[in-house]
Design a protein around this ligand. Structure first.
Ligand SMILES: Nc1ncnc2c1ncn2[C@@H]1O[C@H](COP(=O)(O)OP(=O)(O)OP(=O)(O)O)[C@@H](O)[C@H]1O
Length: 239
């Protein structure tokens, strides 16, 4: 089997069994793009992301990122940062400190680190929120703070598990814009689980569709949107 290009993220015949569920993922994803991952509830989207993040290890197969085999690497050793739907922030720490954890879990922050944190908060529109506690933020503001923490980590791959699902549609569109803007600036690879076909159309360059524990389509977005032969994909895109 050909090895991963420097520019790709690749799962080579990755297999995993969790309880009664068997997963089998095999795909190549383009680096520097926004990749949307969709599929029916329980299909395996979070498991797919967890395998990329290193929260799950495959029973067999390999995960490659930019030419490096990361199959056995711990999450912190991988070139990834992760934004979840919620639980992104530590409730007892203010926003500035939460972002600082993205740079150094021991919070030994130098002057340049502190400037970096302020810059990241500015980029996500939270410049005046440094000393606020997470409980005092709205859902959208909390997700902006989670974004800022991912930004300061400066990893090549940003993994997002339904980051905007808890937000109302107006806020969701605003967060999509923010993601697109930051992506243009950083040119990192974004792999985002989304239940929202409009969001996929708005932001993605490449679509992955997962059904019953396996990838049934991984294709550039124009091809992904045009496929007529997959009933589950048609249902997702057109209701
Ligand atoms: N640790 C585990 N042990 C047993 N079963 C698990 C485990 N983790 C996930 N599963 C099961 O595997 C299936 C896929 O889960 P996963 O969370 O990856 O799906 P999903 O596509 O993200 O779903 P949703 O859209 O509902 O969030 C589910 O039926 C889930 O219950």
């Amino acid at each position: 089997m050909a090895s991963a290009d420097q520019d790709e993220i690749e799962m080579q015949d990755v297999r995993l069994v969790l309880g009664t569920h068997a997963f089998c993922f095999d795909c190549r994803l383009p680096a520097g793009r926004i990749v949307a991952v969709s599929g029916p509830s329980g299909a395996g989207k979070s498991t797919f992301l967890n395998l990329l993040a290193g929260f799950e290890r495959p029973d067999s197969g390999r995960v490659l990122m930019h030419g490096a085999d990361v199959t056995a690497a711990y999450p912190a050793e991988r070139p990834v940062s992760v934004v979840f739907q919620d639980n992104n922030l530590f409730a007892h720490l203010d926003v500035f400190t939460n972002i600082g954890l993205g740079i150094d879990p021991a919070l030994k922050l130098g002057a340049e680190d502190r400037r970096e944190i302020s810059r990241a908060l500015e980029k996500v529109g939270l410049a005046s929120f440094e000393r606020r506690m997470p409980a005092t933020l709205s859902g959208g503001e909390r997700q902006r703070a989670a974004f800022a923490r991912a930004l300061v980590r400066k990893r090549a791959v940003l993994l997002m598990d339904e980051p905007f699902a808890a937000l109302d549609p107006g806020l969701r569109a605003g967060m999509s814009e923010l993601l697109l803007g930051l992506h243009m600036e950083t040119e990192n690879t974004v792999i985002i689980v989304s239940h929202d076909p409009d969001e996929v159309r708005r932001i993605a360059d490449f679509g992955v569709f997962i059904d019953k524990g396996a990838i049934v389509l991984a294709a550039p977005l124009t091809e992904y949107l045009a496929r007529e032969d997959m009933p589950a994909l048609r249902r997702f895109l057109h209701g």
